[in-house]
Design a protein around this ligand. Sequence first.
Ligand code: FAD
Ligand code: UDP
Length: 391
Amino acid sequence: MQPDASTDFLIIGAGFAGCVMAERLAAAGWHCVVVDRRGHVGGNAYDETDAAGVLVHRYGPHYFRTNAARIVEYLSRFTGWHAVAYTIKSYARGRYWSFPINLNTFEEYLGRPSNSGEFAAWLAAVRVPIAAPRNSEEVIISQVGRELYELFFESYTLKQWRRHPRELDVSVCGRIPLRIDRDDRYLTEEFQALPAHGYTALFERMLAASGGVELHLGVDFQEARQRWRCRHLVFTGAVDEYFAYRHGPLPYRSLRFEAESFSPGQLAGREAIAGKPGFWQPAMQVNYPEPEVPLTRIVEIKHATGQQVAATTIVREYPKDWQRGEEPYYPIPAPDARAAYQRYVQLAAGEANVSFVGRLASYRYYNMDQVVGMALAEAEKLLLRYGCPIT
Ligand code: FAD
Ligand code: UDP
């Protein structure tokens, strides 16, 4: 059956990759059709107000951060920002710890006050000297030694990835900072903020900006390619799915989210733990590194959004194996997985007039800002190639 409609660009996926591409191409005057098989825009960054009235991130917490002024400038065309110093805790040995590891953590470990000098000397004594760490175990033991590695990283990573840190790239655990002062922010990037009215509002404004984007939700790639002829296809889903798993499925890790809401009445008694009324736990995220606890983290995003609402919602996150048909949340950052992906890179290179953009299309453990950067670069490339339409 021949498609009966046509568009300049057919974009599969309405997450950051798809929305940025659509906004840029439509701003230049091209007609774009964006489809997503989900019933909403935003991909994994989608947020919504739940039945308790709390703004939640449906697919896990999304802490926007970046060092790229260009990305902030671009996104600021569609949103204001709510600055957040993202702070979390780790729960182990029956208590909360300051995390990532910093001087407060060291004092908690010692059970008495200390200072940066003493902490630095202690680290120098326990560190395993490894000049060029080759994996996630080596990078952490070379920073903090075995005991803290085992306490905070080893079992958490095994739960999260079902792989030992030795089998994962340096970048996985290496992205967690270590500080000898009291700075306990989870992230290192200069700009740390959430969209003032949430991610979904940001995506909606982006798609509406030029008037040239047609959005179809609940439509998947197979249906879309039957319905629309296009000059160029932008695919932001999983690259192995695009090729019908010709070289077998790539490895992914999936997640199960379990949300629970609490009314102010149900929160009575939690204040001693949360430290302030209206909250369930003492930080926006508490990590559970111990192997006996099946979940990895509990997120109470209200700490970060600053939303003024009496109820609260927590989301428990359980890692799980990925099966075909389920959400492939995480590509696996490991040498064998990357090698398997290379076979799809070769197939992708042979596709004329198709761009593969985004986290799953490029099989990369990318943050949102990196995906925005990737989409901006690809849109620029396409605009150089196709120019602007003659009106
Ligand atoms: P996605 O957001 O996955 O969007 C792709 C879209 O394409 C989806 O909506 C999907 O339904 C659609 N799609 C796929 N295949 C098809 C098909 N065949 N037909 C139709 N539609 C299709 N990044 C940060 O910067 N900070 C964080 O704190 C952070 N936390 C995260 C927490 C979790 C649990 C996860 C999984 C990711 C997190 N990320 C975070 C990463 C962030 O989600 C991604 O960088 C970003 O969402 C990638 O955007 P994307 O458009 O590439 O992909
Ligand atoms: N990690 C860990 N213990 C923690 C937090 C993180 O071992 O308490 C490791 C784990 O392997 C995780 C990685 O560091 O996958 C990156 O953590 P981050 O919180 O950035 O992961 P994401 O938000 O991407 O799931």
